[in-house]
Design a protein around this ligand. Sequence first.
Ligand code: DQA
Length: 150
Amino acid sequence: MPLPVLVLNGPNLNMLGVRQPEVYGRQTLADIEADCRARAGALGLEIDFRQTNSEAELLGWVHASRGQASAVVINPAAFTHTSIALLDALLLLDVPVIEVHLSNVHRREAFRRHSYVSQAAQGVICGFGGQSYILAIDAVASILGIAPEN
Ligand code: DQA
């Protein structure tokens, strides 16, 4: 089995379900994690799924993932638009990084249209709610050369 896929979630994503459901949907982060595990399991991939509200903790997880993950799927949440430090940390990695967002950041406020993280990402998936994560896992599988079973 390949090394685990690290799925990282930034600030306020622990509040999914109650946080602006008209924008982010009614799924909780635990629901999204369960769906990711199911999809990854069907692909023969292991998932390490985490959330933090701390930029320092997120940077630490990215640093520690070197050599320990086969890919990183990240929803950096608000750090997307603010954190050069997160970009610099992700540039340390030599595995695929997929940036995901629940909402379509391009049809929202202007400040959400710029992502520092995108410069370190192989691809960006946004606007499909929790399905954005599943599409990202499918993309990882494709990049790693793993064929879906269904
Ligand atoms: C988000 C979009 C960001 O602009 C926002 O700050 C978030 C969530 C998304 O998943 O749509 O917290 O990353």
